[in-house]
Ligand binder design. Sequence first.
Ligand SMILES: Nc1ncnc2c1ncn2[C@@H]1O[C@H](COP(=O)(O)OP(=O)(O)OP(=O)(O)O)[C@@H](O)[C@H]1O
Length: 258
Amino acid sequence: MAKRIDVKDVDIYYGKFHAVEGVTLSVPPRSVTAFIGPSGCGKSTVLRTLNRMHEVIPGARVEGQVLLDGEDIYAAGVDPVQVRRTIGMVFQRPNPFPTMSIRDNVVAGLKLAGVKNRKKLDEVAERALRGANLWTEVKDRLHKPGGGLSGGQQQRLCIARAIAVRPDVLLMDEPCSALDPISTLAIEDLIGELKKDYTIVIVTHNMQQAARVSDQTAFFNLAGVGQPGRLVELNDTEKIFSNPDEKATEDYISGRFG
Ligand SMILES: Nc1ncnc2c1ncn2[C@@H]1O[C@H](COP(=O)(O)OP(=O)(O)OP(=O)(O)O)[C@@H](O)[C@H]1O
């Protein structure tokens, strides 16, 4: 079930380095939000704090609140592993387990959670692969290794793996940057389908992609070298790309900056 995300006054540090300052934003359920901005402004850093993935980086630290349907994911007693199951993530480079079968890749999370029933696992694998628009391409080779698929198929396999555990939110960190244009379009179409069921946040360097897939766009920027990244503007995607409120946004999207 798609849920709403509210980020409230979040600051993010890597050790002593203040990477991101004062970010407040909301992501409605069943919508796509794109994060855009120049390299190093903190897009991936903010994305990772939405499911506590930054905690795997030594020294990374967050101040502020991230609420999932009003519940603070950083509250005492909240299990980060559970948070990451509820808020799934797809990375820049497709990262299936290469020697594991396609079917086992998809249900890896469920198996880890102790689900053993073969029929149930087969059902989930089919549902997730259909959801990721990959079923017809792989249904006759489910027991072949995931590493044998094309890059675009591998990325859809990773999306299937993410949705197999029925998350509420899907985070995507430049999911098409390693893909060719045809595979990119397949993923973009898929994002359009998935937003009927999920809340989606996508980091992208490709502004046309942000314009094509997202409902709202967040533009991040740096005030200067060595300064923390900040959220400059969050608005409807149509407005960001036609008549943004901030001059810095307009300069960036019109190519006068970055
Ligand atoms: N693991 C890390 N350890 C230390 N500093 C980091 C780490 N990851 C990112 N940073 C720093 O935090 C800042 C924000 O980086 P981040 O990767 O979030 O930016 P980004 O906007 O996603 O950039 P890009 O578009 O190039 O991927 C940068 O100054 C970066 O060097």
